[in-house]
Design a protein around this ligand. Structure first.
Ligand SMILES: C[S@@+](CC[C@H](N)C(=O)[O-])C[C@H]1O[C@@H](n2cnc3c(N)ncnc32)[C@H](O)[C@@H]1O
Length: 285
């Protein structure tokens, strides 16, 4: 299969995440409750405090943009940027429901930030940067729009074997059909899993005081069925894999996934370990 051009990658990303925006809205409360600790970690690592102007990259349905807005308060402001307008519609309605007037969402590409140089006091990003066709370009853009002395903090997925809630679906698909070996450099869920990879890009882009830590946690589902359904409704890359299968193969994969997930039963929940790489750095000055 031909390698998609950067423009095709961006276009596919926009279509993929717009397609699953309804699923993200449906499961919003669940993921909000299960993943809030990551937002708090990013808000801390980006050193957010009252009055700051923050840019959140790939906000999707508002994470961590909404917590960032609550943290910087009425004297501060947050802009969330994302390719997928339907994801942002969910974020906007949530911000409205929470009575937040200091957060706005803008459709756009993280690799060409439509903002003036040195115009933000901090940058945050959760689970977006590994999907970009040109991550060093985004790193350069982050450095450009940060004011001197200010911080970026980003979360990306760590290694597949440490994130079974994501990787066991891929393993199941591979048991049913032959998949070509994944290109580790291609945009995708685990593209930035290697220690030092994104940190090195930030360093080469000119940031200092860089930290790169694997942050371990857990999340719990009520049942294997809840896990399977949510995965299929929100994980665009996994939906894409499933779309290549026949109905019989899909049923086989479902059986393999729920069976593998049942091994994570602890008490009344299915509890998965997760491993997230948290990378932060500061623009000198
Ligand atoms: C897994 S979702 C994460 C959303 C949110 N940050 C969260 O953690 O819940 C990935 C998001 O990155 C966005 N995205 C992917 N590539 C992008 C790009 N080049 N520019 C802006 N957003 C992008 C997608 O549209 C999608 O909303």
């Amino acid at each position: 299969m031909a390698t998609p051009s950067p423009e095709q990658v961006i276009d596919n990303q926009r279509q993929d995440w717009n397609r699953v925006a309804g699923g993200w809205e449906k499961w919003d409360r669940f993921f909000d409750e299960q993943m809030a600790f990551l937002n708090h970690r990013l808000v801390g690592d980006a050193r957010l405090r009252t009055g700051l102007r923050v840019l959140d990259l790939g906000s999707g349905t508002g994470y961590p943009a909404i917590l960032a807005a609550q943290t910087v308060g009425v004297d501060g402001s947050v802009v969330g940027i994302d390719l997928a307008e339907h994801m942002l519609t969910v974020a906007e309605s949530k911000a409205k429901r929470l009575g937040l007037h200091n957060v706005t969402f803008k459709v756009g590409d993280v690799t060409i930030l439509p903002f003036e140089s040195a115009s933000f006091d901090a940058v945050t990003s959760r689970f977006c940067l590994m999907f970009l066709p040109d991550i060093p370009k985004a790193a350069a853009e982050i450095v450009r729009i940060l004011k001197p002395g200010s911080w970026v903090a980003a979360a990306v997925w760590s290694a597949p074997e440490k994130n079974p809630s994501i990787s066991l679906s891929m393993t199941a698909v591979k048991q049913v059909i032959d998949l070509p070996p994944a290109d580790p450099m291609a945009p995708g869920i685990f593209r930035l899993a290697q220690p030092g990879d994104f940190a090195g890009m930030l360093e080469r882009a000119g940031l200092t005081d860089i930290t790169d830590q694997e942050f371990l946690g857990e999340w719990s589902y009520g049942s294997t069925n809840e896990y399977y359904t949510s995965l299929m409704e929100i994980a665009a890359p996994i939906q894409n894999l499933m779309a290549t299968l026949s109905e019989t193969q899909r049923q086989e994969v479902k059986h393999l996934i729920t069976n593998a997930a049942s091994q994570f039963q602890r008490g009344i929940h299915i509890t998965f370990p997760i491993a997230v790489r948290i990378v932060a750095g500061r623009r000198p000055g």
